[in-house]
Write a protein of this length. Sequence first.
Length: 218
Amino acid sequence: MSNRYLNIAVFASGKGSNFRAILNAIKAGKIQDARVVLVISNNSDAGALVTARENNIPTLHISRMQFLAEEEFNGTLLEKLKEYSVNFIVLAGYMKKVDVSLIRVFKNRIVNIHPALLPKFGGSGMYGIHVHEAVIAEKENISGVTVHIVDEEYDHGPIVLQQTVPVVDSDTPESLAARVLKVEHEIYPEAVKLFAEGRIKVEGQIVTIINSQVGINK
């Protein structure tokens, strides 16, 4: 076990299919030196919580609505992350903006996946089916998937990995979403693996993958 061992907290609001893809990769040994130690959701009915419980992973339902003040909510969240020795956060369909207090504590250690080729089709309101509707409305020939580091702005942080997905004439937002999701399940575990192996170097907006020819400049 390396000194870069990832204790991962997964934040999810829905069914958490990307969480399941990452968990399956860890269980299969495709991602080593990493484990999911906590799953957090703002939604008590989230499928991600069910998946976590089925795999004996601790869960936490925590919502801003449970607290009188934003500071109290964020403070409690940070305390829980510390309690479980979390050193890496994966956003897997988490529908709330992560507060700057968490981003500062986990600088360059929070990742998100977006169902388009950022910086296109990102930002406030660009989530879920809305992204694919926008891609088709703009008559794009190519869409894709982006894994990026989370910073203070929506869908803005340094890009770790991207993969293209073709858009065909017969596509509906739903058919495009299905093809993009399949690629998400492939690329997100790969990104987590790179972090677990200590192969990610971040300088400003530039991510370099160590021992690889790949370098991404947003």
